[in-house]
Structure formats: structure tokens, C-alpha cells
Write a new protein. Structure first.
Length: 171
């Protein structure tokens, strides 16, 4: 007889006790705040992804650059490099830019060895969902599995429930 599919709960319980890195990019601070809350709740390590050529301070100039980078399928360089080797779970946080992840997130996903690791996406946005970004990131990163993603809109209770469902709340 066929093996029953694992329940969502069984799959998600597997992240409990794993070593967690929270890697995030943030232009105006919202995703930074979300990442810091997640750090407090999970006890993971935190790493800020920063552009080697920083984005402008002005909104219009930043949206123009972001749009062009997406059109070009660019991989903007990252300042520095994270050591992913000691982590099993990489939480990847970003603002939604033009309906998907900023291209620098794709640079990050191509800059290290994610094989055998679990990526847990989270975002902030003005209203756009996280779904399109996750579909796109799955085409970029090789050999990793993706856990349930989350869009943080200021609802701490939902954030708590999401982390709890993944087994990531610190004991
Ligand atoms: C370049 C750019 C593009 C954006 N595109 C979108 C978008 O497509 N959909 C959306 O809901 N919000 C969009 N926003 C709003 C941001 O996703 C939102 O303000 C987010 O919380 C910013 O996160 P941060 O403070 O970590 O940079 C955009 C903002 C910028 C600067």
C-alpha cells in the first residue's frame, strides 16, 4: 500500500533544534525590525545583507535602480560574505520590490552552498504577497528545501504562530 504523505506538522517539526541563521536585506528598516524580532523569538544568529554599492537614500532613485536590476536579471554585489557552513536553516528576509525579492537576494542565494539546508523566507511589503518571490527564489537556489514563508505586517501573534508551526520558537 502507498506510504501516506507526511503531515505538515511532521515535516515542520524537523526544524526544531537546528542551527538557524537569519539573513536579511532591508532598505528602510522594516525588514530589519522583523528580522530582529525573529532573532529574539528563535535565538538564531543574524546577518545583514548589504550592497557593495549601497542603494540611494531616496525612494525614487531606489525604485528606479530596483526596477532596472530586475529587468536585467542583475546580481548586485554583496559587501562581505556570510559563513553558511554551520547552519541547517537559513531564514531569508527581504522587502518586496516590484512584486518579488530584491535581486540582491538572488545574489545571496547563489553565493553559498545551500545544499541540504532549509530556507525559510520572510518579507515585509506594502501589501504584495510573498508568493511570487518564493516561486522565483526556488528557480534560483539549488539543492535546498523551502519551508513555509511568512509576510510580516506588524502582527506579532501571527509571527509567533508561524515560528511555532515550524518548530523554531526558542525553548
Ligand atoms: C524599490 C521598492 C519597490 C517596492 N515594491 C513594492 C511592491 O511591489 N509591492 C509592495 O507591496 N511593496 C513594495 N514596496 C514597499 C516595501 O516592500 C515595503 O515598504 C517594505 O516594508 C520595505 O522594507 P524595508 O524597510 O526592510 O526596506 C517597494 C519599496 C521599494 C523601495
Amino acid at each position: 500500500s502507498p506510504t501516506p504523505a507526511k503531515s505538515t506538522a511532521q515535516q515542520q517539526a524537523s526544524l526544531s533544534g537546528k542551527k538557524v541563521l537569519i539573513a536579511y536585506f532591508s532598505w528602510s528598516g522594516n525588514t530589519k525590525a522583523a528580522a530582529e524580532k525573529i532573532q529574539g523569538l528563535t535565538g538564531g544568529d543574524i546577518y545583514r545583507i548589504e550592497a557593495a554599492d549601497p542603494y540611494p537614500g531616496e525612494y525614487d532613485a531606489t525604485t528606479d535602480r530596483a526596477k532596472q536590476e530586475q529587468k536585467d536579471n542583475a546580481r548586485p554585489a554583496i559587501a562581505g560574505k556570510a559563513d553558511l557552513s554551520k547552519y541547517d536553516v537559513i531564514m531569508v528576509g527581504y522587502p518586496i520590490w516590484w512584486y518579488q525579492e530584491p535581486m540582491i537576494i538572488d545574489t545571496f542565494l547563489e553565493s553559498g552552498d545551500f545544499s541540504g539546508k532549509t530556507i525559510v523566507p520572510f518579507c515585509t511589503s506594502g501589501g504584495s504577497s510573498i508568493d511570487k518571490s518564493i516561486e522565483h527564489m526556488k528557480t534560483v537556489v539549488k539543492g535546498a528545501s523551502f519551508a513555509q514563508g511568512f509576510r510580516y505586517d506588524g502582527n506579532d501573534k501571527e509571527m509567533n504562530q508561524w515560528l511555532n508551526s515550524l518548530g523554531l520558537l526558542k525553548k
